[in-house]
Design a protein around this ligand. Structure first.
Ligand code: NAP
Length: 277
């Protein structure tokens, strides 16, 4: 049995499809609201909250592999419960910031979870993806409402990754030999500026989208109101304020591990045009 956490999210939902297509072991998807989940046929929906390890007993029962998102709150207890329940291998979604921006608080938190997993006694595979293409959904409301994107760092291009490619690597790690004890930095196939992302979304949505570049200060004011000062600063650094060669580097990991080229931002936009209409 493979337990997939974040099963309603962008990576987890793609992973459920990948695992069903591969005809892998039985698959169970975790969500906090099993009544609302609509999983592919054959996937068992199970309720549980990663911030409360005591809620995961049913989810972990019989699980031998675990796909785990980092940053949900109670990783030490979740990993201890997984070990006690008989999980043998954990594939963890961490973040590339562990190696590109180790000084940031979020990177330190991910590094700590990686360490907990390595010390857990279970086999491990660590995925360190870069910025997700699906982060562009942040713009969906203003595109739908006003046909506009206002964002900083218009001409900085990062190698954003399609969430389905993270899922494809996770599927390989969960079902094929050779991935235990490995840490994989994952990126998309090319660097794409914010300006080009907006054009790709406009083309996919079949509508005009105006783009206005705003200053870091203006973006910070907007973001800090709902994520706080420190997180807003960190996110803005990663968007363009403090990028470095390691963050800008395009890696071939997805193609190497899955046998298929990494999907482009344009492809992600084409698949998600409806969200911006
Ligand atoms: N966005 C990026 O650029 C980026 C970059 C590197 C790493 N990451 C990592 O990627 C992960 C996010 O993946 P994603 O984009 O696929 O997710 P997503 O689409 O944002 O969806 C969030 C998922 O997490 C689940 N979740 C949230 N809180 C939970 C809790 N307390 N207990 C159980 N499940 C919970 C939600 O499930 P329910 O609502 O159904 O319970 C949902 O499936 C995070 O670990 C993040 O740190 C993101």
């Amino acid at each position: 049995m493979i337990l997939v956490t974040g099963a309603t999210g962008s990576v987890g939902s793609a992973l459920l499809r990948e695992l069903r297509l591969a005809g892998a072991a039985p698959v169970r998807g975790l969500t906090r609201d099993a009544g609302r989940a609509s999983f592919p046929e054959g996937v068992e929906a199970v309720a549980g909250d990663l911030a409360r390890a005591d809620s995961l007993q049913a989810a972990l029962e019989g699980a031998r592999s675990l796909f785990l998102l980092s940053g949900m709150g109670a990783e030490a207890e979740v990993l201890a419960s997984a070990r006690r329940a008989g999980v043998e291998h954990v594939v963890l979604v961490s973040s590339i910031t562990v190696q590109t921006h180790p000084h940031l608080a979020a990177a330190g938190a991910n590094r700590a979870v990686e360490r907990l997993l390595k010390d857990s006694g279970m086999a491990w595979t660590i995925l360190r993806p870069t910025q997700f293409a699906s982060n562009a959904l942040w713009w969906a409301r203003s595109i739908r409402g006003q046909g506009v994107v206002r964002a900083p760092y218009a001409d900085i291009g990062l190698p954003a990754i399609h969430p389905a490619d993270i899922a494809a690597v996770a599927r390989a790690a969960l079902t094929e030999p050779g991935h235990r004890g490995q840490t994989y930095a994952l990126t998309g196939p090319e660097c794409v500026t914010v300006r080009r992302q907006v054009s790709a979304i406009a083309a996919a949505a079949g509508r005009e989208v105006a783009f206005t570049e705003i200053s870091r200060d203006e973006a910070h004011r907007q973001m800090a109101s709902f994520m706080g000062d420190e997180t807003a600063d960190a996110v803005l650094d990663l968007m363009g304020g403090d990028v470095n060669d390691e963050l800008l580097k395009v890696r071939d990991t997805v193609a190497r591990l899955t046998g298929a080229p990494a999907r482009s931002f344009r492809q992600w936009a084409a698949e998600n045009g409806a969200a911006f209409r």
